[in-house]
Design a protein around this ligand. Sequence first.
Ligand SMILES: Cc1ncc(COP(=O)(O)O)c(C=O)c1O
Length: 376
Amino acid sequence: MKLFDVYPLFDIVPVSAKGCTITDDHGVEYLDLYGGHAVISVGHSHPVYVKKLTDQLNKIGFYSNSVQNPMQDELALKLGELTGYPDYALFLCNSGAEANENALKLASFHTGKARIIAFEKSFHGRTSAAVAVTDNPKIISPLNDTVNRTFLPLNDVPALETALQAGDVAAVIVEGIQGIGGCRVPEPAFLEAASALCKKYGAILILDEIQSGYGRSGKFFAHQYANIQPDIISVAKGMGNGFPIGGILINPELKPWSGMLGTTFGGNYLACAAGIAVLDIMKTENLVENALEVGNYLLSKVAEIPQIKEIRGKGLMIGLEFDFPIAAIRKQLLFDEKIFTGVTGTHTIRILPPLILNKDQVDHFIDALLRVLKKL
Ligand SMILES: Cc1ncc(COP(=O)(O)O)c(C=O)c1O
């Protein structure tokens, strides 16, 4: 059997990784400024993370959500503490798309309505409703296209109010910082207006923090740059540092009933061990603060490079838009300079490193980028 050929692949075979370094099968080391798509939060193979997972595997790896699992409570407690949402409830699942799927479903259950408002350039995942509210017709199948949704320009308050006035909206879903959209940051005033308008018209505000959350923006959640408390916050990626886990944080006004949501694998022991280890490491190593400090340092350095037309993002979620296609830059960074970076569209490089990145590694990247730009 062959693999279903859906991913364009670089010809690199990573075999080990530590901190911000990936090593391939020829022993070549790469600086990881991509984090496997914003997933690696506490660094590759962090010893506390590795020990927690291996210890857990030696005890019990899996049982279903039909028995008590105190590790889920521990994870929820620690997440509530670190995020500043101690009174919210946590529903655990396995991926970002699944988190948004459950967030949208919960909003629809709660309001009894079915229309969703999302924003241009959004990406919310590839499952049924999540992909339907993703602004990319190429990945929406006819089946997904049946969801009732409206795309609006980001930061357009009057357009949002007009759409909400119809009274049929279950939820407004917005990324804390648009990831695949190119590290576009919603204006705090827009999020504050969206929050007030959702309350006024009885819609649920969902903040998709799957990419921008878990400290990446320099705050635990990117929306915490605004003065809002969303009804639902979706998380995944950095939550498990590579172990598949996702979840939604739910305002206590949204009430559960038995059987309302469910999943076989969600909140299993290994996922909880990964999630708890990540939170413990983030707390003891002050990784949210590090993301802010090192991110600001990186922002100050790239600001000096004239070929970069626009710099977007916050913390360690940074988009560098050039006047020209960046495919060659990215390739040279990877194969000549041994640095992994991300990309979005044809003109933007995305920097999404582990949150433990230090300033020396930033300097190394800047020197490499300048060398590559000189060769063009
Ligand atoms: C903002 C955002 N939402 C949702 C998702 C989907 O997450 P997953 O790939 O884990 O389903 C992604 C993935 O890139 C994302 O960036």
